[in-house]
Design a protein around this ligand. Structure first.
Ligand SMILES: [Zn+2]
Length: 368
């Protein structure tokens, strides 16, 4: 298997849907370049126009998906203070949530937001997460589903027709460029892209009573009442900068960073809210050959604060770190033996990219 890396950042050719230009730059780096001369005024006009279509329709002007982390907090804060919107914020409680994540979410709420915490039945979440893990090597598939499905249900209940997510990861970090010039989508697109065949299989295989799947099932029966809904990523309307988001969330929404380093990367201010995140990123590494440090380093390179050589050092140091300390907690959560947990991790390691040496997975490739 051939693997190569973006000649500007370190995005790997194995990243799903990624594209490269003749210079060997990935689509995230091309986009970074294009953003420098983009007509942001036009996009601000598009945002103003979008807001004017929805503002004042009901009790809330929009729904914002937040976790208490930097990005959602930044978006909610900006919509409220700069655009004068009254947002309802929503979080689906992650499985195996961490203290720092809960403290950050509380601090965010206390900084002046109306917020709903949706807590689906933990045993149902576990069942869906377990199927996702055993069959697809996903760390928290059930939770990922609910970020879309629970949000739609709450939007419908409160008559909210505008939904904001933070960033379009495909455009900003590498992947499909389909939505580069199109900011808004409806529920059909959400169903097609975010709730695809994997979703259909997981929901079919799950041994769960249909009523218990309420927060996870795409609400087909609400298609009519959700026909007007417009879903968008805030990153479409301004130059998205995760570090700027962090500074704003820290100053205005009480965001605190982790005191210890996070397994698998060198940053301590992103995705600290749940223990399963480390598993999610480690499985991504074993499947595709790039981990969380590669992603984080790419962001730093594109914002001009890290050289590619520095990034290679960090990636070599951190990407292959397995969250070994958490393995027993993961096995307990999925309600399987430690042995079955480890075998499943091994099953999803890409054997063309990795070999097992002294009990741990080592890359056969050298990042260059
Ligand atoms: Zn790149």
């Amino acid at each position: 298997m051939s693997i190569y890396w973006c000649t500007n950042c370190l995005n790997a050719s194995t990243r799903p849907r990624i594209t490269f230009d003749e210079r060997g730059w990935c689509n995230a780096c091309q986009w970074m370049e294009e953003k420098k001369t983009l007509d942001w005024g036009k996009r601000q006009d598009q945002l103003a126009e979008l807001i004017s279509r929805h503002k004042g329709r009901g009790q809330y002007d929009c729904l914002v998906a937040v976790s208490g982390g930097k990005d959602g907090s930044y978006v909610a804060h900006t919509l409220k203070t700069r655009y004068g919107l009254k947002p309802l914020c929503i979080t689906v409680r992650p499985p195996l949530s961490l203290d720092i994540g809960e403290a950050n979410l509380n601090a965010f709420i206390n900084s002046g937001f109306e917020h709903l915490l949706v807590s689906p039945d933990t045993t149902v979440m576990r069942e869906l997460d377990k199927i996702g893990f055993l069959h697809y090597g996903q760390g928290y598939y059930g939770w990922l589903i609910s970020i879309h499905t629970a949000v739609l249900r709450i939007a419908e209940k409160f008559g909210i027709s505008l939904v904001f997510y933070s960033e379009d990861g495909e455009v900003e970090y590498g992947g499909s460029t389909e939505k580069r010039y199109e900011g808004v989508y409806g529920i059909d697109y959400m169903r097609k892209v975010y709730l695809n065949e994997t979703y259909d299989t997981v929901m079919r295989v799950a041994n769960v009573d249909d009523r218990d799947l309420y927060w996870f099932r795409f609400p087909e029966e609400m298609a009519n009442s959700l026909a007007d809904i417009e879903v968008t990523h805030f990153s479409f309307y301004e130059n998205w900068d995760p570090y700027r988001n962090y500074l704003v969330a820290k100053e205005h929404c009480g965001l605190a960073e982790n005191e210890e380093a996070v397994v698998g990367t060198f940053t301590n201010f992103a995705q600290n809210d749940q223990l399963l995140a480390s598993l999610h990123y480690y499985l991504m590494y074993l499947k595709f050959g790039f981990g969380r440090a590669t992603q984080d380093a790419g962001i730093e390179i594109r914002r001009g604060s890290m050289s590619r050589a520095q990034a290679i050092n960090l990636v070599n140091l951190y990407d292959s770190q397995a969250p070994l300390d958490n393995y027993q907690a993961y096995a307990d959560y999925f309600d399987i033996s430690l042995e079955e947990f480890e075998n499943t991790v091994d099953k999803f390691a890409n054997k063309e990219l990795f070999e097992k040496v002294d009990g741990s997975w080592r890359p056969k490739f050298v990042v260059s």
